[in-house]
Design a protein around this ligand. Structure first.
Ligand code: GRF
Length: 223
C-alpha cells in the first residue's frame, strides 16, 4: 500500500506513522510527505530520507492552482490513500473529488462536536465530560465525512487546554497507526464512502506495542 501524508507543522502524527510502519514492518510505503508551507515536519521527513514536497499558495497564485499541483504530485506518487495529519488548509472540492474516498483526516475532537480549530478550548468551555479523536473520510464539508473510528477520553476537573491537548495527541499517536495497520492488513476496508471493519475488537486485541490496552477502553466503532 502506498500513502501520501499531508502536513503543515510539527508533523508528530506523520513521524509516529513512519515509526510504526518501520517497527511493525507494515506493508506500507510513504511515497510522499507534502506540505503547504516549509515546516518542522518537512525537515524531519527529509532527515529520514522520505520524499517531500512543499506547495506554497504564493508560488501558484491561487488556491485552485496550488491544489492542482499538489494533486498532480500525489497522482504521480501513485498512492492508495492520502492521510491528512495536521494539514492546516481546507481542501477545495476539486481536490476532494479527485481523491474521493481515498483521503483520510485525523481531527482532535469527537466529531460531530467541535469541527474546525481550537477544539480543546471549546470542549472545556462547553463543559463536556469526554473529548477525543476522530478519523474520517474527507468530503467537501469541513471535518464531516464518514467516520472510520474514534477514541474518547474523560476530561479531568483540572484539565487545561494544554493538558487536554497533550492527552489527545497521545491518543492520536495510537489511533492513526492503528487505522493504517488495519487498512494495510485488510481489517478495515473503504468501499466507496462506506467503511467496513472485519473483526473490530478481535483485531484490536492483536495490536502490538501496548496499543491494544491503550485503545480498548477508548475506541468507538462506527455504527
Ligand atoms: C493534530 O492534533 C491533528 O489532529 C490536527 O493537527 C494536529 C497536528 O499535529 N489536525 P502534528 O503536526 O501531527 O504534530
Amino acid at each position: 500500500m502506498r500513502i501520501a501524508i499531508l502536513i503543515s507543522g510539527r508533523g508528530s502524527n506523520m513521524l509516529r506513522l513512519a515509526d510504526f510502519i518501520a517497527a511493525q514492518a507494515l506493508p506500507v510505503e510513504i511515497a510522499l510527505v507534502a506540505s503547504n508551507k516549509p515546516c518542522d515536519g518537512i525537515d524531519k521527513a527529509d532527515q529520514r530520507g522520505l520524499s517531500t514536497a512543499v506547495f506554497e499558495r504564493k508560488a501558484y497564485g491561487d488556491k485552485a492552482s496550488q491544489e492542482q499541483a499538489l494533486g498532480d504530485a500525489i497522482a504521480a506518487a501513485n498512492v492508495d490513500y492520502i492521510l491528512l495529519a495536521g494539514y492546516m488548509a481546507i481542501l477545495g472540492a476539486d481536490f476532494v473529488d479527485r481523491f474521493a474516498n481515498k483521503t483520510i483526516n485525523i481531527h482532535p475532537s469527537l466529531l460531530p462536536d467541535f469541527k474546525g480549530l481550537d477544539t480543546h478550548e471549546r470542549a472545556l468551555s462547553a463543559g463536556v465530560t469526554h473529548h477525543g479523536v476522530s478519523i474520517h473520510l474527507v468530503t467537501a464539508a469541513l471535518d464531516d465525512g464518514p467516520i472510520l473510528t474514534q477514541a474518547a477520553l474523560p476530561i479531568a476537573r483540572d484539565d487545561t487546554s494544554d493538558s487536554l491537548a497533550g492527552r489527545v495527541l497521545t491518543l492520536e499517536h495510537a489511533l492513526y497507526p492503528f487505522v493504517l495497520a488495519a487498512l494495510s492488513h485488510g481489517d478495515l476496508a473503504i468501499d466507496g464512502d462506506t467503511v467496513h471493519w472485519r473483526d473490530g475488537p478481535e483485531f484490536l486485541a492483536q495490536m502490538p506495542d501496548g496499543m491494544a490496552q491503550k485503545l480498548l477502553s477508548t475506541i468507538i466503532w462506527p455504527t
